[in-house]
Design a protein around this ligand. Structure first.
Ligand code: UGA
Length: 427
């Protein structure tokens, strides 16, 4: 059993803290946001993540998991401290490392006994070296700490499962012996260890997200070509998936990728490349395809409705993907903005989405949201939408256009209800 401090009570921090306490460690998750800590101490889980509330409750009751705003105090008591703070995009396209710098300050101030520091936050190449140098410059004796880069690969919506069953544990370090302590921390988690340098670990994280984004933009570009040749992109994806060198995942065409990670990490990697005078041609194309994917759908809607001005459109789905309330960089929100600019009146339904910065009329009931609409756009592939009662949909709408922005609906079933189904690269 180890005394663990997790800095940052966001998605990664909370999930990691919950799982580590489940593995038997004594964990304190700290955050300078006092209100967030108070809510967590009242038993309110501040993010929507299936299964997380139950895991947090159980470990709080067992006295293995605590929340505190006393960052320094809890760091000073820990054998291991994990940095799990946010690294949002900076205005220039890189990463805003303010929270990393604050965590570094807190570590330099607070460490009294030897502590192993693990960086879980996604950080640009060179950041762990920068953290180590900053700690030394601030007067922390190197005998009192070691630093390891240990990026996180969990997905929102399946965060617990991904943390308990990762496909790898990446450990970037200067002294390979440190992996033994990391293995004690993750005892009970069965995954291959990839051992590398600080920068190697930082790059594996960016490379993973950039590759996933590339797969999505590839299939989206292909879907445009399939549209032109009247080919079903689903058939093409199924054909690709059988080749083990390609694999079946991340080949669903649609409105494009969103969320707090893929868009930010593609940009941050591009920025990091440019900093060293490397021109990232492919990453730029991946981004451009993703941005212009919304235009493809707007054109399809214009084709069906002729004129978008004053049309009433219902959008199902606001979160960037199903099983999360997260709307950061959501393609659904970008689509709604474009529809509003075109003069549409938009009303939306989402089972969980948090508040969005875009003003949109939210309707609390799936079918009420269709009242008087000329078209329905499915922007997020929640199960609830896939199982919709299309007879009821037909009854409630004024028009009959169903634009499937995730290619997730059974087109035959929809058409059998006298509705006009439109997907991308779909016959
Ligand atoms: C992503 C990575 O998948 C995680 O491995 C990583 O740890 C995480 O970022 C992170 O860096 O923290 P996440 O942002 O939760 O996870 O979302 P994904 O499941 O990757 O989905 C991203 C976007 O791609 C969603 O908008 C989704 O709708 C879209 N997508 C996904 C497609 O358009 N097509 C696909 O075939 C798959």
């Amino acid at each position: 059993m180890m005394n663990v401090c997790v800095i940052g009570a966001g998605y990664v921090g909370l999930t990691t803290a919950a799982v580590l306490s489940d593995l038997g460690h004594k964990v304190c998750c700290v955050d300078k946001n006092q209100e967030k800590i108070e809510r967590l101490n009242r038993g309110e889980v501040t993010v929507y993540e299936p299964g997380l509330d139950e895991k947090i409750d159980r470990n709080r009751l067992a006295d293995r998991l605590h929340f505190s705003e006393k960052v320094s105090e809890k760091i000073s008591e820990a054998d291991i401290t994990l940095i799990a703070v946010g690294t949002p995009p900076s205005p220039e396209g890189g990463s805003d490392l303010t929270a990393i710098d604050e965590a570094t300050d807190a570590l330099a101030r607070s460490i009294r006994n030897y502590t192993l520091i693990l960086t879980k936050s996604t950080v640009p190449p060179g950041t762990n070296e920068r953290i180590e140098q900053a700690l030394l410059k601030k007067g922390l004796d190197h005998a009192l700490f070691d630093l390891v880069s240990n990026p996180e690969f969990l997905r929102e919506g399946t965060a617990i499962e991904d943390t308990l069953h990762p496909n790898k544990i990446v450990v970037g370090m200067k002294n390979r012996g440190l992996v033994d302590t990391v293995k004690i921390l993750y005892r009970g988690i069965d995954a291959p260890y990839i051992m590398t340098t600080f920068e190697g670990a930082e790059m594996i994280k960016y490379a993973s997200n950039a590759f996933l984004a590339t797969k999505i933009s590839f299939i989206n570009e292909l879907a445009r070509i399939c549209d032109a040749y009247n080919v079903d992109i689903g058939d093409v994806a199924a054909g690709l998936a059988t080749d083990p060198r390609i694999g079946p995942h991340f080949l669903s065409a649609g409105l494009g990728y969103g969320g707090s990670c893929l868009p930010k990490d593609v940009s941050a990697l591009e920025y990091a490349a440019l900093q060293k005078q490397v021109v990232p041609v492919l990453l730029d194309a991946v981004k451009r395809i993703n941005q212009s994917q919304i235009d493809v759908y707007i054109k399809k809607l214009e084709h069906e409705l002729l004129n978008l001005r004053d049309r009433q459109i219902t959008v199902w789905g606001l979160s960037f993907k199903p099983n999360t309330d997260d709307t950061r960089s959501s393609a659904a929100i970008r689509l709604i903005k474009r529809l509003s600019e075109k003069g549409c009146h938009v009303q939306a339904y989402d089972p969980e989405a948090s508040e969005t910065e875009t003003e949109v009329v939210r309707i609390e009931d799936l079918y009420d949201s269709l009242e008087g609409s000329d078209a329905l756009v499915i922007a997020t592939d929640w199960d609830q939408f896939k199982q919709a009662d299309w007879a009821e949909v037909k009854k409630r709408m004024k028009g009959n256009v169903i634009l499937d922005g995730r290619n997730c609906i059974n087109a035959q079933v929809v058409r059998s209800h006298d509705l006009c189904y439109v997907g991308v690269g779909r016959r």
